[in-house]
Unconditional design. Structure first.
Lengths: 204, 204
DNA sequence: TTGACTTGTCACCGCATGGTGACTAATGAT
DNA sequence: ATCATTAGTCACCATGCGGTGACAAGTCAA
């Protein structure tokens, strides 16, 4: 007789494997059961269906980078850097962290098409994450009259777009968005944008 | 007996209607024939299938804003504005033009997930468009040591993301990306980013 | 040994999809 | 009037999907 826990694990593993292999386009109960080498009825029995499975999967992995990873393990240090400097470096680290996570990129792409349990969990994680990050700098908002929220929204959106688009496109705006060289240029410009932008106002 | 040209028109119209109504998720021969009120076999007969139809559709519409629209009908004027000013305003107008085109937004979303005949046409249009725009300012590249291409890639990506994301999301980064008020903040920050960024170097 | 329960297998259902072949009915040229 | 062509209808196919009910086999308690 089989082992229930082991089967559940096989199914959970298969979610990540299938997403990484074929993307969310072909994602479904049948394909999932095939990937796991398991009968699909067990997905319904053990997880109550796809939504429940995605929920379980979402809670069992680290799709999103931690604040520590973004801050090179030293968030405190960033509180004392000039604002433009800090924002720029955080954004660059954020982009690097996402580039290393193909699974997260896939989920982010999925999010553009339709919401589901997995993308919802990702969105919640990100929301809480963003708020904690923002709170870290809330005391320094008076340093500038720029709209910090809108600026980070813009630059965060830029990173998201390039990350997602890079899954199946090499060139955007005459620029290689999949090579390290191309990203180097983007990172550099990201830093310059932030530095120059905040330089116009008082800096801490 | 029916009218061939009229039927072809009905089918072509249905492409836009269906995309606007249900997005590309449910896009297919059957749904398309239903929308057009026509038998699906005619799609194969008249267009050789979906790819051919998309090609025809793509060549029969103006998804992409013209350079004139982006430049308020006066591109020459932009050549004499300070570089940061010009880039910023062009980007803002670009965003506004896209916000007005739900169909284009849908195709842009499609493009992020998978390429097809329609997105290819859009990409080619945009590529040529970008090159002409870039050429307009090529003579002034010496004014700055910034990486103009990378910067416009970033800010263009930002706009694309927010445009696409706005289709089914209200809030991003604690910001309303679907209301006019939210976009006002984004536009303002976009302008400031460009102004401040280019201000550090010599400006024309 | 009996009987309840669990794990897993299998066959099946309804439905939608992309795609094709056979047909009807109108048109127009000879 | 005849006959080929054309526009459009319809039935059908294989395939894949999400989802369910019936059942075999193995486990454990009474």
């Amino acid at each position: 007789m089989g082992n229930k826990e082991q089967t559940q694990q096989k199914i959970l593993m298969a979610v990540g494997e299938l997403l990484a292999k074929d993307g969310f386009k072909k994602f479904g109960v049948n394909a999932l059961a095939r990937q796991a080498g398991v009968d699909k009825v067990l997905i319904y029995r053990y997880f109550g269906g796809l939504p429940g499975l995605l929920r379980s999967f979402g809670e069992s992995a680290d799709f999103w980078p931690t604040l520590d990873e973004i801050a090179n393990g030293n968030l405190q240090e960033f509180r004392h850097k000039p604002l433009g400097e800090a924002v720029g470096e955080l954004l660059v680290n954020f982009a690097r962290a996402l580039r290393k996570r193909p699974l997260t990129r896939e989920i982010m792409a999925w999010e553009m098409l339709e919401p589901n349990e997995l993308t919802t969990i990702l969105a919640e994680t990100r929301e809480e994450w963003a708020q904690r990050l923002f709170a870290t700098f809330s005391a320094r908002l008076t340093e500038t009259d720029l709209d910090l929220l809108a600026i980070t929204a813009l630059l965060g959106a830029a990173i998201n777009y390039l990350i997602i688009r890079g899954r199946n496109t090499q060139i955007f705006n005459l620029l290689e968005i999949n090579s390290d060289a191309g990203w180097k240029r983007l990172e550099e410009s990201l830093l310059q944008l932030c530095r120059n932008c905040f330089a116009g106002t008082a800096d801490g």
